[in-house]
Design a protein around this ligand. Structure first.
Ligand SMILES: NC(=O)c1ccc[n+]([C@@H]2O[C@H](COP(=O)([O-])OP(=O)(O)OC[C@H]3O[C@@H](n4cnc5c(N)ncnc54)[C@H](OP(=O)(O)O)[C@@H]3O)[C@@H](O)[C@H]2O)c1
Length: 344
């Protein structure tokens, strides 16, 4: 990376933005090269950068002047406005929101899966990243696709409230306190009370469709990521909002094209550097959101198949949605692009 390359972290006060700052700090990027941005609301606040702190500036088109790399951890509608402004400033731009995932002109990159797609990206283009559930599911499916072929992966995702950002976290905290004190809370960030409940709706529904935008996103993002790798597995399923704070859990039913013994399935999963296999159920070892906190690997286990239908393999996976599912994808992609700047 050019030693003076300036990095803008936009959305620095959010669930993802804070983890982006932690990820840059962990990779020894000096504080002088990093600037933190947010909306007018958070202007002047301080955010942690390791031992240091950074003052949050308001994100405007002018503020991006001189930035070499802009990392957007903002809501989709904000990214749609700020990405062109960052492009106009001549920066590399990486966006973690859903804003550009459906746009075939914007490369969709998942580090550890198709990082090579970055080699064709030119400066001033936006690169976008998949969501946390797609990140987990694609990392789990890919080694099975290579070993056996995969027709379809059916996912039930248990989605933590931090998927809805700081507002989602605050809502579960308040609802839990209210319910423990005998008060029925009002839902704001979610369509129903999420405290001590399960809500089979994450985000809004697609217009005229029974699928939520979250669920439709998995299918679209996986199709884009697997395109060009032979028969692309279909990824589809149901997202359920659950009353936990961080870490998503996924039940994944994978339909193999050629059935193999469960031991071979487990062995194939172990070949992936993106996965950690935790699968000793007799010793109560399996993935759980509480174990995956800050782990850059996706955890997978509970691997099993019905003898009557050995081509269907069932697994359980867990991902830290804020770090592996978002911030690390932003940091790793951004720093890869910055390396190209240095090499230029
Ligand atoms: N949370 C997850 O698990 C996850 C996973 C994958 C992808 N994502 C995506 O990551 C993005 C950020 O999510 P999050 O969970 O971090 O949300 P969040 O906690 O609500 O944070 C949103 C951030 O965006 C900033 N922001 C809002 N409006 C802005 C504006 N007009 N100009 C500049 N900054 C603005 C906020 O700053 P203020 O403090 O000033 O409001 C805040 O820093 C979203 O697009 C989300 O879909 C999230």
């Amino acid at each position: 990376m050019k030693d003076d390359l300036q990095i803008a972290v936009v959305g620095a006060t959010g669930v993802v933005g804070r983890e982006v700052l932690a990820g840059l700090y962990a990779r020894d990027v000096p504080a002088e090269q990093v600037r933190a941005f947010g909306s007018e609301r958070s202007k002047g606040l301080e955010v942690e950068y390791g031992e240091d702190s950074l003052e949050v500036e308001r994100a405007t088109a002018e503020a991006f002047r001189g930035m070499g790399l802009v990392l957007l951890a903002t809501p989709g509608e904000v990214s749609r406005t700020l990405a062109p402004a960052a492009q106009a400033a001549g920066a590399w731009v990486v966006d973690v929101s859903p804003a550009f995932r459906g746009d075939g002109n914007v490369p969709l990159v998942l580090p550890g899966f198709n990082t090579e797609a970055l080699s064709t990206v030119t400066k001033g283009r936006v690169v976008c990243l998949p969501g946390a559930v797609t990140t987990a599911a694609v990392h789990v499916v890919e080694p099975l696709r290579r070993a056996f072929g995969v027709a379809r992966a059916q996912v039930t995702a248990m989605v933590a409230v931090s998927s809805a950002g700081v507002r989602g976290v605050a809502e579960l905290e308040k609802q839990t306190a209210d319910l423990m004190s005998g008060r029925e809370p009002e839902p704001h960030a979610f369509p129903h009370r999420v405290g001590f409940n399960l809500v089979p709706q994450v985000g809004g529904f697609m217009v005229g469709s029974p699928w939520t935008e979250e669920e439709a996103g998995w299918t679209l993002e996986a199709a884009r990521l697997f395109a060009g790798r032979g028969d692309a597995p279909v990824l589809a399923g149901t997202a359920v909002q659950v009353p936990s704070f961080y870490g998503h859990g996924l039940v994944i039913n994978v339909q193999l094209k050629k059935a193999g013994p469960v031991e071979q399935v487990r062995a194939a999963l172990k070949t992936s550097p993106s996965l950690k296999v935790l699968d000793a159920p007799g010793e109560r070892v399996y993935p759980m959101p509480m174990l995956v906190t800050s782990d850059p690997a996706v955890h997978v286990g509970r691997v099993r198949a019905f003898p009557q239908s050995p081509e269907w393999v069932t697994l359980f996976a867990a991902i830290d949605n804020a770090t592996r599912g978002a911030a690390l994808n932003l940091v790793e992609t951004g720093l890869k692009l910055a390396e190209r700047e240095r090499a230029a």
